[in-house]
Design a protein around this ligand. Structure first.
Ligand SMILES: Nc1ncnc2c1ncn2[C@@H]1O[C@H](COP(=O)(O)OP(=O)(O)OP(=O)(O)O)[C@@H](O)[C@H]1O
Ligand SMILES: [Mg+2]
Length: 476
């Protein structure tokens, strides 16, 4: 994404669109490079938006950004360099993004939301839609009031499609993002427990995710997961045409999967069923949960005009573009490591444990033992303790040879072990460790060739370092 041009905008125009005041700058100076909030990424021709974060204040880096080539700084207080002073930086970014969208009436905008799988689906969909024309899609999870407008601002006159990830931590968030870049296509993947604590329960999560179908116009398309009743019910909340997808071959959904199976490394294969016919697909991504993600991406690409061959070829070729989501690596000694350390919530922990079971049951780790290194799941509110206990119980009930070891990292993850102990038949080892380094020491004493280790936790736990160390990589 580096260096991608935004539509050229003069500082005078930026001040006009944002309702800001130009200071120390030439009104005719043109911003033609990327808009960034990280001053280290400021580049010639770009615009640096100064944001006050928890640890540092972007205003302190205004001069450095301009020295690195930024044309000006979007700021909320005076800085000694060319700048546009605004009352609120996210609102200014939103206004700028909206002006870019309005200048690109030919660009078709798709939004993807759900509790789990937004980034995976967005990355799959972008790789399909790229077969139709130039796409702007966020890097990683750029899905909030900063990342969303910054992504939209990367569009230019050549852009034909925007494939955007929309996240919510409360009611109104998705509606807001939909006003910044009004989507005509909206995909809802699932309603789960991610951030459920902040919402106050699953029905509230459904209300929030449903703001995407609600925002779609009558000539738009709502792409809904027929396997999730809360998502399917959103059909009543949209003026758009409804298209459904389902992993059940017998469902009456438009896009379906039949004969789902997993290969040795847990990569799903299935028959893609569409109104235009069927096609065999094997994904390069790991885990059965990527089947609904692939169906959602297929349904979106189909609506945008990609034919069945293009969809099936695209799915077969698509790679993981965002890191630490179900990465499966085999070490020289035969130990398999599943690095799913990007994030964790109750649904995604179960999905990852299922993949772990598959790998030890007949997959690459056949004959080996399963170990799960799990950190805590954040933002679950009142259900935090019960959710950890349930996840631990699920782990202890794992199929196949069962879980040989459950290592809970950090105090907040300890209730996982209480849940596992609810399963009397489970004979695996339960260990509570304070940190990743201790988890690594404990594993080093236990791992043998063919064993499989899953590493997963919420973002804040940073367990990707454990996976990297297991693989002998330098920490990241
Ligand atoms: N459809 C799905 N159902 C359940 N779990 C899933 C699904 N898709 C992905 N996951 C799990 O969720 C993790 C995060 O996936 P991804 O980053 O695609 O989700 P996201 O919705 O973008 O998350 P975030 O809210 O953090 O941006 C993956 O590592 C995987 O374990
Ligand atoms: Mg994401």
């Amino acid at each position: 994404m580096d260096g991608d041009p935004v539509i050229p905008l003069s500082l005078a125009r930026i001040a006009q669109v944002t309702g800001g005041q130009l200071a120390h700058g030439d009104p005719e100076a043109i911003v033609s490079g990327e808009v960034v909030i990280d001053s280290r990424r400021a580049a010639p021709g770009g615009l640096f938006a100064a944001v006050a974060g928890e640890r540092s204040d972007g205003h302190d880096f205004a001069a450095a950004a301009v020295a690195a080539g930024a044309v000006a700084v979007l700021a909320t207080r005076p800085v000694p360099v060319p700048s546009v002073l605004v009352a609120d930086v996210p609102a200014a970014l939103a206004a700028l993004a909206r002006s870019v969208v309005d200048a690109l009436p030919r660009a078709r905008i798709a939004g993807i939301t759900g509790s789990s799988g937004k980034t995976s689906t967005k990355d799959l969909a972008a790789q399909l839609v790229e077969r139709l024309g130039p796409v702007i899609a966020p890097a990683g999870s750029f899905n909030n009031e900063f990342g969303h407008p910054l992504t939209v601002l990367r569009a230019d006159a050549s852009t034909r499609y925007l494939v955007l990830e929309l996240s919510a931590r409360g009611l109104g968030h998705i509606a807001y993002l939909c006003r910044v870049a009004p989507p005509r296509y909206g995909v809802v993947l699932n309603v789960g427990h991610a951030h459920a604590g902040e919402f106050g329960g699953l029905d509230q999560v459904a209300r929030a995710k449903g703001e995407l179908p609600e925002a779609l116009p009558a000539d738009g398309v709502a792409i809904l997961n027929a396997d999730d009743p809360r998502v399917l019910a959103m059909a009543d909340r949209t003026a758009a045409r409804v298209v459904t997808f389902s992993c059940g071959p017998a469902s009456d959904a438009l896009v379906r999967a039949a004969d789902i199976r997993l290969d040795d490394l847990g990569r799903p294969g299935f028959t893609l069923l569409t109104p235009e016919g069927s096609a065999p697909v094997t994904l390069r991504l790991h885990g059965a949960h990527n089947v609904p993600n692939a169906l959602a991406a297929a349904a979106l690409a189909r609506e945008l005009g990609l034919d069945l061959d293009g969809i099936a070829d695209g799915l077969r070729a698509a790679t993981a573009r965002s890191r630490w989501r179900m990465e499966v690596h085999q070490r020289g000694d035969g130990v398999t490591v599943i690095n799913d350390a990007y994030n964790a919530n109750p649904e995604s922990v179960r999905a990852a444990l299922d993949a772990l079971a598959h790998l030890t049951q007949g997959g690459a780790g056949h004959g080996g033992r399963a170990f799960a290194v799990l950190g805590h799941m954040a933002e679950l509110g009142d259900t935090t303790r019960a959710s950890h206990e349930d996840a631990g119980e699920y782990a202890a009930r794992l199929g196949g040879p069962g879980l040989a070891g459950l290592i809970a990292v950090g105090e907040e993850a300890a209730p996982l072990l209480d849940g596992a102990r609810r399963v009397p038949a489970w004979t695996g080892e339960a260990l509570a460790v304070p940190d990743g380094a201790t988890a690594l020491e404990e594993l080093a004493n236990r791992l043998k060739p063919s064993d499989v280790v899953l590493v997963k936790a919420s973002r804040a736990a940073h367990l990707e370092g454990v996976a990297a160390a297991l693989l002998g990589e330098a920490g990241q």
